[in-house]
Design a binder for this molecule. Sequence first.
Ligand SMILES: Nc1ncnc2c1ncn2[C@@H]1O[C@H](COP(=O)(O)OP(=O)(O)OP(=O)(O)O)[C@@H](O)[C@H]1O
Ligand SMILES: O=P(O)(O)OC[C@H]1O[C@H](OP(=O)(O)OP(=O)(O)O)[C@H](O)[C@@H]1O
Ligand SMILES: O=C(O)c1cccnc1
Length: 470
Amino acid sequence: MLSFSISGSYTDLYEITMSETYFMEGRKDDTACFDYFFRKVPNKGGYVVFAGLQDVLNILTDLHFTDDDLSFLRELKFNSSFIEYLKRFQFRGNVYSCMEGEIIFPNCPILRVEGNIIEAQLVETLLLNILNFESLIATKASRMRYVAGNRLLSDFGLRRAQGMGGILAARGAIIGGFESTSNVYAAQLYRLPAAGTMAHSFIESYDSELEAFRAFAKARPDDCIFLVDTYDTLKSGVPNAITVAKEMESNGHRAGGIRLDSGDLAYLSKVARNELDEAGLHYMKIVASNQLDEYVIKSLTEQGAQIDIFGVGTRLVTGQPDAALDGVYKLSMASGKPRLKLSETLEKITLPGIKHTYRVITSDGLFFGADVVTLTEEQQKTDIMYHPFEAGKSLVIGNFQQEPLLQKVMEKGKIISQSYSLKDIAGYAKRRLLLLPTEYKRFENPHLYKVGVSKKLLALRDQLKDDYKK
Ligand SMILES: Nc1ncnc2c1ncn2[C@@H]1O[C@H](COP(=O)(O)OP(=O)(O)OP(=O)(O)O)[C@@H](O)[C@H]1O
Ligand SMILES: O=P(O)(O)OC[C@H]1O[C@H](OP(=O)(O)OP(=O)(O)O)[C@H](O)[C@@H]1O
Ligand SMILES: O=C(O)c1cccnc1
């Protein structure tokens, strides 16, 4: 039987081999600190919606190696004393994070894990796997939400998703602004609104479209949306849907609507709306699907399409055209000392030390367009932020309000943050996105959001860089 559950072995092998070495070297109680951040906004966009935090925290609270995991590690010839240690392994570290649903930007630490070096290392892959994917999909969904106005958005993607990713995608889509999902597993797991219509096969299985619609209406009189393009949308699908909807009215029921799944969706939706209205069926909604994305949705709304609900599959759950968010997890402290990674590529040199992130806010309460990263030991507000990679570039931010973004959400392996419903998280993402000026949200060449560092942090990084080079 194929079944998945997340336990200690949901990781890359090197996390375990490195941990074994720490253990064998007597370093298991050394402390370490890692930062999670990403480098490039997908889809040439201007922002990312942070999603997946609650999933990660829930998994961390119960993370352990099962008997099966341990016997597999024995097969892989891990040291028996290390396996004994893993038998009792629990994540007992601290996590600091932005709120789930926060609008986030490249090269800015969004989440920090502190713990013993083994636990902080072992959770890397798991954390990246969930945060990168859910944030990618939440971001894609939020782009569609941005152009869909007050029309509803439903996730139809499970069949086209990268395997089980469809489950996390459904959650990410809701955080980004979708209203519902066709994915029953995700709806059950996360308590999401489930929604759906019918497939062409259902209609084909009857001798006539009319017969198929009647059967469905009988079985689901309060919840039926007729798919109208199996044979001919305007000559057959819409007239048959109207006939059955009128029959339903005479039985005291109301049809939910129709779904268009091919052809010119703007044109067909306008003609269909007219015909439904002329038949007195103003309440019937028009659903549209067929390879939709933010660009098609934007174009359809600009054409005045009479669409109430967009059903989006492939291009939502695969993140198309960018299939991954490049989030990374980098060591910033170990055994009490700040650490950094050098690189030929300037942008890949990491930021050492334990850090805070602040968002610069205008007097109107909007996002000014800059985040600043400082060392936690700094007591004072940052007056000037410096470009992390381009010497000489700086920005005066001292006269603005600076809002701290990271909060402690897990202490010694226990969740201490409030548990938010998905509705709350989606609401937070929506409110935060409203504070981001429109120039960062446009699809073509969005404004570049600035992420800078304090003078002290820059000095620490430069000093460590020089030390290593020596
Ligand atoms: N009015 C419109 N403006 C912009 N894009 C549209 C409009 N109507 C449909 N589209 C989009 O154009 C694409 C049309 O795809 P395609 O050429 O495969 O046509 P189709 O209607 O699916 O044909 P088929 O009958 O083979 O299914 C889809 O991505 C669809 O969402
Ligand atoms: O186009 P997407 O954004 O990926 O949206 C999901 C698509 O999946 C379904 O088609 P499919 O051919 O799988 O089944 P059907 O017979 O129900 O149309 C549905 O009709 C949509 O067209
Ligand atoms: O409910 C639907 O109409 C649906 C669900 C998944 C994929 N395509 C369509």
